[in-house]
Design a protein around this ligand. Structure first.
Ligand code: PXP
Length: 242
């Protein structure tokens, strides 16, 4: 039986909503706890340097409340590294996003940034924090992620999500291959970006080794219509193995 794919809910959008009014509604840490209560198997946060959604203080507040798995994503600047080393989440996901981008828009080039990544990963490893690297479906980059010491790769699924609308089989093929390469290199496999209720089940079925998906934008948007509890349950059902 393949491992279960865990659903980690990215709560950045809840922080965006809070920040729109400058107060404390909705309460981000409370929302994290409720996501877990409603069935989420992990919570993801992505603090950006300008703290326009999740703030560094949120990350510190949320960590002790989490009973499932806490995943902190971001570019490994000195400030981010210090935050992660202080908070000690279960997993850190390294993303190569420059400060000004709206959302992550590329995976790591693990050849060009090999020494930098290796150093960062070693630092996290020495604090027993699992490290995942946000990646495109590139065989050489995945093999180099392993050489740099990564525990997992997170496959960047924007292209899959776009391609799925026209031709699901073609869209998923590079991800199936990338997952095979990762698996052969004894890397765990996560995935994220633009996953939603339509496209999630198909990729989860095609990649049996998929350990975790982190989903934010679509899930929080769906929650406007279905409510957070129902929505989380709907996403969980898409991940059930038959
Ligand atoms: N994974 C990474 C590395 C991300 O940066 C994001 C967006 O913050 C996600 C997953 C989640 O993407 P989405 O919000 O489209 O579900």
């Amino acid at each position: 039986m393949p491992p279960m794919t865990k659903l980690s809910v990215n709560i950045n959008k809840i922080a965006t909503l809070r920040n729109a009014r400058g107060g404390d509604m909705p309460h981000v840490a409370e929302a994290a706890k409720n996501c877990e209560r409603f069935g989420a198997q992990g919570i993801t946060v992505h603090p950006r340097p300008d703290e326009r959604h999740i703030r560094y203080s949120d990350v510190k507040e949320i960590k002790p409340l989490i009973t499932t798995e806490f995943n902190v994503e971001g570019y490994p600047s000195k400030k981010f590294m210090n935050l992660v080393l202080e908070v000690k989440p279960h997993q850190v996901t390294l993303v190569p996003d420059p400060p000004e981008v709206l959302t992550s828009n590329a995976g790591w080039n693990t050849i060009e940034h090999f020494s930098f990544l290796k150093e960062c990963i070693q630092e996290f490893k020495s604090h027993a924090i699992r490290t995942s690297i946000f990646m495109e479906c590139n065989e050489d980059f995945i093999e180099n992620a392993k050489k740099a010491g990564a525990d997992r790769v997170e496959l960047y699924t924007e292209d899959y999500a776009k391609g799925y609308l026209k031709d699901p089989e073609n869209a998923v093929a590079p991800y199936v291959y990338a997952a095979e390469v990762a698996h052969k290199n004894e890397l765990g496999i996560n995935a994220g970006h633009d996953l939603n209720l339509d496209n999630l089940a198909y990729i989860a079925e095609k990649i049996p080794e998929l350990l975790e998906v982190s989903i934010g934008h679509a899930l929080i948007s769906d929650a406007l219509y279905f409510g957070l509890e129902n929505t989380i349950q709907m996403y969980l059902r898409k991940l059930e193995k038959h």
